[in-house]
Structure formats: C-alpha cells, structure tokens
Design a protein around this ligand. Structure first.
Ligand code: CO
Length: 185
C-alpha cells in the first residue's frame, strides 16, 4: 500500500543553524524556509537525489513540536512520511488494523498541498508516521518531487543551484482539486 518515502522530518530548535549545517557542511540544496501555520511548523526542505529531509521548527505557541523539543532539546527525527495513492483507503486500512490516527482522521493539506494524516507512534514501532496522498502524480513526475513551497513565487527563488544537477521542480498543482483525490487505485 505505501509507496515511496516522501520525506524524513527532523525537528530542530534553531532552523537557521540547521539550514546552515545542511547547506554549508553537508553540501545539500536547501529551500528557503516557509511557514505551515495549520501544522504549527516552519519548514526548510533539503532535497536529496532520492528523497527529501524536512527541517522543522515550532511555529506559534501551540505547536505540537514544542513538547518534542522539550524531550529532545538538540533536535531529533520527528516523523517519516510515506506516499500513498489514496489516503482515505489507506487510513481506513490502518484504522481497521488497530492503528490510531492523530486528530479527527480528516486529511489536511500538508506542505506540498497534498492531503496528509498522521498515525500514533505507539502503534507504529515507535515512529510517528505521516501518509501523504500523491495519487495524481504520474510516474515521471514522482522523480521530480514537488517540493516547491506554496508561498514562494518561483522555483529558482526557493532552490538555489538545483538547475546545476538537473532537478526540476515544475510539477503543477493548479489543476488539482479536492474532488480529484482518491480517484486512482
Ligand atoms: Co511531514
């Protein structure tokens, strides 16, 4: 049922320091940070050839990351995200197997604008699991994962230097509507 690893999220106390480490020490391509207020996080994406690392830090007073960082003051791996074709079907399968969904079980738009849900770490071998519906992406698009931040105006602004390794970020979500979701599978 699950497909590609969409991303691994690392919660960090200092986003600028984290970006600096990935950009200047690890030598990776890092997006300009953007806010996802509905999830209480500020995010910078590290684009690797085969997946993405999300550097996330709390946004707002009620961010769910605050408790995590209290327990892990240096930061730590916060969740793994798997792609699924149909998030409602995937949710129902996991719930039927006894896994607890976090919140009311209604998918909400994640960073890429795709519907996402989270499942309780206690039911998932100790790892918080996010599911992201990518049902409308064609196979050839999945290799150029859509990590263009929704708030930024142009791909080149968000991803410095990505052209040099031939990664393109021009997947267009404008034609995607909620009604389209779940029609595949
Ligand atoms: Co995530």
């Amino acid at each position: 049922m699950i497909g590609n690893l969409s991303h691994i999220a690392i919660a960090v106390p200092d986003l600028d320091a984290a970006i600096n480490q990935y950009e200047n020490i690890f030598g990776a391509f890092v997006s300009t940070p953007s806010d996802l207020p509905s999830h209480g996080v500020r995010i910078a994406m590290v684009k690797l050839p085969n997946t993405t690392i999300e550097l996330i830090t709390p946004l707002g007073k009620t961010s769910p990351l605050k408790n995590f960082l209290k327990k892990n003051p240096e930061g730590g791996i916060h969740h793994l995200c798997y792609e699924v074709l149909n998030i409602s079907k995937a949710r129902d399968t996991l719930i039927a197997a006894g896994l607890r969904v976090i919140g009311d079980g209604v998918p909400t738009p994640g960073y890429h604008g795709n519907p996402v849900l989270f499942f309780h770490p206690k039911d998932c071998l100790g790892a918080l699991i996010e599911l992201e519906e990518i049902g409308l992406l064609k196979d050839h698009e999945r290799h150029t994962h859509p990590i263009q931040p929704v708030h930024s105006s142009s791909p080149s602004e968000s991803f410095r230097g990505t052209e040099s390794i031939g990664i393109s970020f021009d997947v267009d979500f404008k034609n995607k509507t909620p009604e389209d979701n779940g029609e595949r599978e």
